[in-house]
Design a protein around this ligand. Structure first.
Ligand SMILES: Cc1ncc(COP(=O)(O)O)c(C=O)c1O
Length: 400
């Protein structure tokens, strides 16, 4: 009896507090991402998954052996907060060699848990409530939520197929005295465009002498085709001074699941970046840092990437040209977009689901990359796949 009397109010109390606990969403519009949805559907119906951006082949056995060695050598405790110095030094050497820009490994480079953490951390460090951030859409899906969580305002500018060029006169009109940051992504996911010299000139003209930061998402820096060069922000002093550059080893070394990347920025920006980084993750996977530091010493590990992916692009495009899809240009990344207006007038989300279920090939509807869901009837396929996977997918797509 005594027990029951005590227990009753406790049970009621917990029930009451369960009902009372509230959380006000900072991202009320955010649901499960289209990447998760399409990959899950592809697995469920046994479709070939050309939706999410990851390879279906393994990364180099040599790199895996280097990780094993690092673990066996006892590198299993926390790495330094900013990353292993030997890895930061290799990143600095690589950047200097490629872009003739010096980043001090001590103060200007931080190793992150993938490009996504670099992006989130930079936004978190730099954006105050009501700051405006210019984002070009279609856009990688992590930018806008990060801005909103910080109380910033997303100023989107929509780009259109087939060439998705940035209308710089519109950018100029979008800039206000609240503009704090412009986010760029080249090579670009999902449109596969790359910034040209004219874009760089326009950008420099806009930000020069302005208090505007740049977040440059360069995770596909080595996936540039047809002999074009990657226009890194590191190469241009006016841009370099104000840029956080986000990079990803997962994209380069075919191991997206390792979630390894880095951020480079001038010391004053990096100092603020690290204040957030140290409380977000403190430090990043230690044995993999040892392994990548060693692996990067051989420059062919990244210099061979354009040819490797261009061969896949050319193979996939030549085969896709036999289907009823209309190919859009592909200058970089491992994505190929197509228009399907000759096949159907369905919404892109509907046809993407139908192709997965009825024809066995999963893609991403490009409307998912627009805040307003703008539908240009474009689907994105990922061609970072074995040739046999691409060939099997094409056999199916030919039936449409
Ligand atoms: C444009 C872009 N930025 C960043 C990332 C994230 O890179 P990571 O997997 O290294 O976090 C991706 C991954 O798909 C991407 O496409």
């Amino acid at each position: 009896m005594h027990f029951a009397l005590c227990a009753m109010p406790f049970a009621l109390n917990s029930l009451f507090s369960l009902l009372m606990v509230r959380i006000t969403s900072k991202l009320p519009q955010t649901g499960t991402s289209i990447f998760t949805v399409m990959s899950a559907l592809a697995a469920q119906v046994g479709a070939i998954n050309l939706s999410q951006g990851f390879p279906d082949y393994d990364c180099s056995p040599e790199l895996i052996a280097l990780v094993s060695k690092a673990m066996n050598d006892g590198h299993n405790q926390y790495a330094p907060m900013a990353g292993l110095m030997s890895l930061r030094e290799q990143i600095s050497i690589k950047t200097e060699k490629l872009y003739a820009a010096h980043y001090d490994p001590d103060t200007e480079i931080t190793v992150t848990a993938g490009g996504t953490q670099a992006i989130f951390t930079a936004i978190c460090a730099a954006i105050q409530p009501n700051d405006e951030v210019i984002v070009f859409e279609p856009a990688y899906d992590s930018y806008a939520p990060a801005i909103k969580v910080m109380g910033g305002v997303v100023k989107s500018l929509e780009l259109s197929p087939p060439d998705y060029r940035i209308p710089w006169d519109m950018v100029r009109r979008l800039v206000t005295n609240r503009t704090r940051m412009i986010i760029l992504n080249s090579p670009h996911n999902p449109t596969a465009t790359v910034l040209q010299q004219q874009d760089i000139d326009e950008l420099i003209a806009i930000v020069n002498d302005q208090d505007i930061l740049i977040l440059s998402d360069e995770v596909y820096e080595h996936l540039v085709f047809d002999g074009q060069e990657h226009k890194s922000m590191a190469k241009y002093e006016v841009l370099r001074q104000r840029s956080f550059i986000a990079a990803s080893f997962g994209k380069l070394f075919h191991n997206t699941g390792w979630k390894m990347g880095y951020c480079m920025a001038p010391a004053a920006l990096m100092q603020e970046f690290r204040k957030v980084h140290q409380f977000l993750v403190f430090s990043v996977n230690s044995p993999m840092q040892h392994a990548i530091a060693e692996y990067l010493k051989d420059e062919s590990t990244y210099l061979s990437l354009p040819a490797f992916f261009q061969q896949k692009r050319d193979h996939f495009r030549a085969a896709l040209a036999q289907t009823r899809f209309e190919l859009l240009p592909c200058a970089g990344t491992y994505f190929q977009s197509v228009k399907y207006s000759k096949i159907s007038d369905e919404k892109d989300t509907d046809i993407a689901l139908r192709l997965t279920k009825d024809f066995g090939v999963a893609s991403i509807p490009t409307s998912a990359f627009y805040n307003r869901g703008t539908d240009h009837q474009v689907l994105r396929f990922c061609f970072a796949k074995k040739q046999e996977t691409l060939d099997r997918a094409i056999d199916k797509l030919l039936k449409i």
